[in-house]
Design a protein around this ligand. Structure first.
Ligand SMILES: Nc1ncnc2c1ncn2[C@@H]1O[C@H](COP(=O)(O)OP(=O)(O)OP(=O)(O)O)[C@@H](O)[C@H]1O
Ligand SMILES: [Mg+2]
Length: 249
């Protein structure tokens, strides 16, 4: 009880750090995109004005206009290449894979996840069975990013459900082939009409959301040859899960 003010303060610090991380990630990406598009878009605008002038003459300069169209095409392809370069920056970072059991990876992130619980004034539980302890080959930090994004969403969802205190449960289970990690919340579930959109980049229903949490999680899980999805729970709330293949012996 005595350390409550200190813990509340850590919650506020976590809030600020999350805000800074979100803003700087978006700012970084926006400035990269602006940089890659500025030059080709400027050139395309200039070329199309020139092309229009050539074709508007009493004796249109068709040959030169064709040249200008080719230049426009080249610039557009160049812009596409610029965007691919930005995507590659995010895709091909050095990835360090190691073999570890999922419950240990959750446990390592636990203090951070508890901060999310504290901020939401909710509770967080972890259940792991034997199958869930099978070794998985993974980039630990990236998988922890996925856990963080799912638990953050779970508390956001649970917080909108006013009558109950937010409860989030992490379950790690599995079979011979895969380890399945689920994040189950006590929220109101996902409305049917947005089921197909949740994993799209920038899709958000939150006033301060980026809509990148689930999109980046899916990219990470798929890069691990895994699958990610969700189910609306019959008793309310939802269960977001991801499956990662068990490491070969
Ligand atoms: N556990 C959940 N229950 C209900 N809806 C959810 C849940 N998790 C995600 N969603 C829905 O999916 C949308 C996209 O989630 P995503 O994590 O990609 O972005 P976000 O949470 O809106 O933004 P950010 O992650 O930057 O806070 C959310 O805005 C919300 O509508
Ligand atoms: Mg989110």
């Amino acid at each position: 009880m005595e350390n409550k003010p200190a813990r509340a303060e850590s919650g506020a610090i976590l809030n600020q750090l999350m805000e800074i991380a979100r803003i700087s990630a978006l700012a970084e990406m926006a400035s990269g995109i602006a940089h890659e598009l500025n030059q080709p878009l400027g050139a395309i605008a200039a070329f199309s004005q020139a092309g229009e002038r050539m074709l508007n003459r009493s004796e249109p300069l068709v040959g030169q206009a064709q040249d200008v169209f080719r230049q426009i095409g080249k610039e557009a392809l160049g812009a596409g290449e610029g965007l691919r370069r930005i995507r590659r920056l995010f895709e091909h970072e050095q990835s360090t894979r190691e073999v570890c059991p999922m419950p240990a990876v959750v446990a390592e992130l636990w203090p951070v996840l508890e901060m999310l619980a504290l901020k939401a004034q909710g509770t967080l539980e972890l259940h792991a069975d034997d199958a869930g302890r099978a070794p998985v080959q993974m980039d630990r930090l990236k998988i922890q990013h996925v856990l963080f994004a799912l638990v953050q969403n779970a508390f956001d969802a649970a917080a909108t459900h006013r009558d109950a205190s937010p409860r989030v449960r992490i379950q790690v289970t599995g079979d011979r082939y895969a380890v399945e990690t689920s994040v189950v919340d006590s929220g109101t579930g996902v409305p049917e009409e947005i089921h197909g959109q949740l994993f799209r980049p920038f899709f958000t229903t939150k006033s301060r959301g980026t809509g990148l949490g689930l999109a980046s999680s899916r990219a990470i899980v798929e890069a691990h040859e895994g699958t990610i999805g969700f189910e609306v729970e019959p008793q309310g709330g939802s269960r977001f899960w991801f499956r990662l293949p068990v490491a070969a012996k």
